[in-house]
Design a protein. Structure first.
Length: 301
């Protein structure tokens, strides 16, 4: 179970431990408050492992540990939960490095971990449950780096689902609504990210879009965070069902409003979908270079 420092991973690790399972829970930092909380609240069956999904050495060390402790029994379930995003901005304003980091954690890290554990999962005829995002299915404004990595992850897991069927391995995707997890709901964190983004933007881009454009996106996102759901149990129950149900769903959609969102996405015209996502999530103002007052100022000059 990856990404147990906070949020879904931490809650799921605790839930599976209470149910009596032997849980291998990976965290970024063994001394983090989340890791300490798991030590305090879980039984000795739970094993905490340090793993940064961008580091092959970390992944290999975790794979060796799990292999050594499950060789005789095989591994029943893998939960790919670790996820990363620290950019809320248009794709043009998002540094290339941010796209790469999202892909490293959300896609390549999960791919390497899954491939490494497949021999153990095959011997047990086990399960793979992966937390993706509706942002990987729909073009949410200002989430291109995160959404593109989750789109790649969702497609990869769909491919594994089809290919691993003959081995008896069932593969499920979880596409949660908006929940309060980790730094995702900390305005100070996002304000710092915004400042760093503004400082890194080329002058020409800053002129074209305007500093107030980036400020406005950030303000809208912080407003949106206030609707994040604190009770994570719907997601934990979906992950658990994916691991234990005789016939788990291929996709789970825990969270409110996802039904209407997917209906609009699948059946209505593109412009309706775009309007809905802007109304629901972030509706950026016009970039500076496209505003009437800017054109008037340019004419006067």
């Amino acid at each position: 179970l990856s990404g147990c420092d906070s949020g879904f991973g931490q809650a799921t690790a605790r839930h599976l431990d209470i149910m009596g399972f032997r849980v291998f829970a990976s965290v970024l930092d063994l001394q983090s408050p989340g890791a300490q909380e798991l030590r305090r609240s879980c039984s000795p069956r739970l094993t905490l492992l340090q793993m940064d999904l961008t580091k092959t050495d970390d992944i290999q060390r975790v794979l060796q540990h799990i292999q050594a402790h499950t060789n005789s029994t095989g591994l029943w379930g893998l939960v790919n939960n670790a996820g990363f995003n620290d950019t809320i901005a248009d794709a043009e304003l998002s540094p290339l490095g941010k796209f790469r980091t999202c892909m490293e954690v959300n896609f390549f890290g999960s791919l390497e971990l899954t491939k490494g554990l497949l021999p153990l999962l095959r011997s047990a005829g086990g399960r793979i449950v992966t937390v993706s995002s509706p942002a990987g299915d729909m073009p949410f404004p200002c989430l291109a780096a995160y959404g593109a990595s989750k789109a790649a992850l969702s497609l990869l897991m769909d491919t594994f689902r089809s290919e691993l069927q003959p081995w008896g391995i069932k593969v499920s995707l979880i596409l949660p609504g908006y929940y309060k997890t980790g730094t995702t709901c900390d305005p100070a964190f996002w304000n710092l990210q915004k400042q760093q983004l503004l400082a890194s933007l080329p002058q020409e881009l800053l002129q074209a879009y305007g500093e107030d454009y980036v400020e406005e996106i950030n303000q809208q996102f912080i407003q949106f965070m206030k609707v994040a759901v604190e009770d994570l149990s719907a997601v934990v129950n979906s992950i658990t069902d994916g691991l234990l149900a005789a016939n788990p769903a291929v996709r789970y959609y825990p969270g409110q409003g996802l039904g209407i969102m997917y209906f609009i996405h699948r059946y209505l015209p593109y412009f309706v979908r775009d309007l809905f996502l802007k109304g629901f999530f972030i509706n950026p103002k016009l970039p500076r270079a496209l505003r009437r007052e800017h054109h008037n100022d340019a004419k006067k000059a």
